[in-house]
Write a protein that binds this ligand. Structure first.
Ligand code: NAP
Length: 270
């Protein structure tokens, strides 16, 4: 990928193939929609085949290009198999977004070992497997952009989310080291560290056992989150998806190994 000639070109993904994990919901779904809006053919992958198919069909309904796939990112070899199919079908993979993730609430001292294994398997090994699969293809084709999902939890440690933050810190480290290794092949690797965004993942703070959202509890969770941010609001999935678009597109062709923080200013770093 070279420097783009116009602003439109810099963000245009026409002719590019993008694979998005966790595309069935939240940030992954909006990212798939935004990348498709920029012209990419998007493979929407999720552990839930039905929700991935819904995302793809929404994109097709808007005139975009999309397919869906079932993918459990924690399964060894699964990402590599899917990437192999994508490359065989589309003759390349230009953008890989490792967005699938899960969350547990636990202190470090009390974390259940099985739950810890599970969150490491999804959030850290899942990103590693995705990076390995895409990295090999992109290095061979001499170009590509990988975007991994980290978290503001890495920059602003909070009690009770330590096990989650550990996995996201691993993602940030993996991103930097891989960027060093594959830069020579014109492959860029960056990560995004969002602040609080209301999605299914964060809804557990205000959802009852019956699955109903408690609006009062929701307001009680969101209001202090918004107050904490210099921009005085929580995030929207599109805030994160547009950062991913920037990192995916030629607009960021000189950017690699970086962590970008759409977080309303909650944490700042040099
Ligand atoms: P979300 O709405 O729950 O989306 C996560 C998606 O990943 C879901 O569709 C989920 O499917 C899927 N998934 C879970 N395990 C998977 C697996 N093993 N293989 C493939 N797909 C799997 O949550 P989100 O808030 O959009 O989170 C997206 C990413 O952003 C995560 O990595 C998260 O850690 C990160 N993030 C979120 C926030 C936030 O405030 N929301 C902040 C910082 C970082 P199921 O629903 O079927 O499990």
């Amino acid at each position: 990928m070279q420097n783009a000639r116009t602003v439109h070109d810099a963000f245009d993904l026409t002719g590019r193939v993008a694979l998005v994990t966790g595309a069935g919901s939240g940030i992954g779904r909006t990212t798939a929609e935004v990348l498709a809006g920029a012209g990419a053919t998007v493979i929407c992958a999720d552990i839930d085949a039905g929700s991935a198919a819904e995302t793809a069909s929404g994109i097709l309904g808007q005139g975009g290009r999309a397919e869906s796939a079932e993918l459990d990112v924690s399964v060894r070899g699964a990402a590599s198999t899917l990437v192999g199919h994508v490359v065989a079908r589309h003759r390349g993979l230009h953008v890989m977004c490792n967005i699938a993730g899960t969350m547990i609430d636990s202190s470090i001292v009390d974390v259940d070992p099985d739950e810890f294994d599970r969150i490491v398997a999804v959030n850290l090994k899942g990103v590693l497997y995705g990076c390995q699969a895409a990295g090999k293809v992109m290095a061979a084709q001499r170009g590509g952009s990988i975007v991994n999902m980290s978290s503001a939890a890495v920059l602003a440690p909070a009690a009770g989310v330590g096990p989650y933050a550990i996995t996201k810190a691993g993602v940030a480290q993996l991103t930097q080291t891989m960027a060093l290794e594959v830069g020579q092949y014109n492959v860029r690797v960056n990560c995004v560290a969002p602040g609080f965004v209301p999605t299914n993942m964060t809804a557990r703070y205000y959802t009852g056992p019956d699955g109903a959202v408690d609006e009062q509890a929701k307001a009680a969770v969101l209001a202090p989150m918004a107050r904490m941010a210099p921009l005085r609001r929580v995030g929207e999935t599109a805030d994160i998806a547009y950062c991913v678009l920037y990192l995916a597109a030629d607009a960021s062709s000189f950017v690699t190994g970086q962590l970008i923080s759409p977080n309303g200013g909650v944490s700042m770093h040099y």
